[in-house]
Design a protein around this ligand. Structure first.
Ligand SMILES: [Mg+2]
Length: 327
């Protein structure tokens, strides 16, 4: 079956271990679309590249929306296939570990209700379809060419990226993630912080004079939260055409020690902890390169710049008053 104009495309990974069986999920997608008078087109993809190709095909076919059935990594994979300014809107069927985008935009937590609410936004019944900002990370590929990756939520350098890589690179920690969910990232961060030194870097914000810091962590947020636990960029929203950065200086354990405060949005501003807002950021590694993560998956090790892409993505927003949507 070919994707037709105005179709609603759903991308699911049959091997993801989601709580819903692929057959149940497929039936649910069709049922929600039938109820709203749309035609569902469900595509099984096995990896992020296939998901991105499906998003590109959906865009080229004029699909009204594409939903990622999974976590934030699935949404990120779809984003890579959508060009800036695509008329195909992005939707989420929250089935991942953290579902940060769904959390930030106040989507209903059950899959059927989440799809129905987003279709109601698409149809202008309640909520809205909003142009939201995205970010783009620039890096150098091993062959010297320029690499790039878009993000919806966040890119970061340092301790939390080391925690993400620690989970991806270790069977034991991956099992811990499946068993514990989000707390596994905190435990991984504890293990990564032990004995680690700060990373010396130089940063330039919006073309300004570079400044040097010994950093524990640097998060660049389109949205506010690191996972659904830590409010690292409390003033970030996805409609202001800027990205928000949290820079924590010092040894990585310092960032860890601050996490209980970030849990409640109480991060102090002052020496060693800074929130900045920018459109363009450049980072130079002056010592060991910092690990990176983009939307919850390990990022390119040679990432050197970040740009905001203002109003680059159509998002289905049943609750436009959500803080992250500027409401
Ligand atoms: Mg912003």
């Amino acid at each position: 079956m070919q994707i037709q104009p105005d179709d609603i495309v759903f991308v699911l990974n049959p091997n993801s271990g989601n709580a819903l069986h692929p057959r149940t999920l497929t039936a649910m997608c069709h049922a929600a679309c039938n109820e709203a008078g749309h035609r569902a087109h469900v595509v099984a993809t096995r990896n992020p590249l296939e998901a991105a190709e499906t998003a590109r095909a959906a865009h080229e076919s004029g699909a009204a929306a594409i939903f990622g059935c999974g976590g934030d990594g699935t949404l990120s994979a779809l984003l890579q296939g959508l060009p800036v300014g695509s008329q195909t809107a992005l939707g989420a069927v929250p089935l991942g570990t953290a579902n940060v985008w769904a959390y930030e935009t106040n989507l209903p937590t059950t899959p059927f209700a989440a799809v129905s609410a987003q279709l109601a936004a698409l149809d202008g019944i309640s909520g809205e379809v909003a142009w939201v900002d995205t970010g783009r990370v620039w890096s150098t590929n091993p062959d010297g060419s320029i690499g790039q990756q878009r993000f919806l939520l966040m890119a970061s350098w340092g301790l939390d990226a080391a925690a993400v890589s620690g989970i991806v690179g270790s069977d034991r920690r991956s099992r811990m993630k499946r068993m514990l969910g989000e707390p596994a990232y905190f435990l991984s961060a504890v293990q990564e912080a032990i004995g680690r030194q700060a990373w010396p870097i130089a940063i330039s914000v919006d073309g300004g004079e570079p400044f040097q810091v010994d950093a524990a962590m640097l998060t660049v947020g389109n949205t506010r939260m690191l996972g659904t636990w830590l409010e690292v960029n409390p003033k970030a929203n996805v409609v202001d055409g800027e990205l928000d950065m949290l820079l924590v200086e010092g040894a990585p354990w310092k960032a860890l020690a601050l996490s209980p405060l970030a849990r409640y949005g109480w991060l102090p501003q002052g020496p060693g902890v800074r929130n900045l807002r920018f459109q363009h950021l450049e980072i130079a590694m002056l010592g060991n390169p910092m690990p990176t993560q983009v939307d919850g998956d390990p990022g390119p090790p040679t990432a050197y710049a970040v740009d905001v892409e203002p109003q680059a993505l159509l998002a289905l927003c049943p609750v436009p008053t959500s803080e992250v949507l500027g409401g």
